[in-house]
Design a binder for this molecule. Structure first.
Ligand SMILES: [Ca+2]
Ligand SMILES: [Ca+2]
Length: 83
């Protein structure tokens, strides 16, 4: 039984991409970002990376920094819920 799934996740999708304009990341709603926290030398579009994810601070010690990855990679994801 999992008690805290977040502790097991190393990378999670943020729901951001730069598919329309390389280097300009937007949210799933198409809106520009009001805040970014890219890791050093990221986003680097290495081999066509167009989707952004966050590092789990406990696993990688990168302070939750963001990195772009190929959108076809399979990671956990984060959902936003409005209350
Ligand atoms: Ca890209
Ligand atoms: Ca990258």
């Amino acid at each position: 039984m999992r008690t805290n799934y977040a502790d097991e996740v190393e990378v999670a999708w943020l729901g951001l991409n730069d598919k329309c304009k390389e280097g300009t990341f937007v949210g799933t709603d198409g809106c520009p970002l009001k805040f970014t926290f890219w890791d050093v030398n990221e986003p680097n579009n290495q081999e066509g990376e167009d989707c952004a994810a966050i590092w789990n601070t406990d696993k990688n010690h990168d302070n939750g920094a963001w990195n772009d990855y190929p959108c076809t990679d399979q990671y956990a994801f984060i959902c936003e819920i409005n209350f």
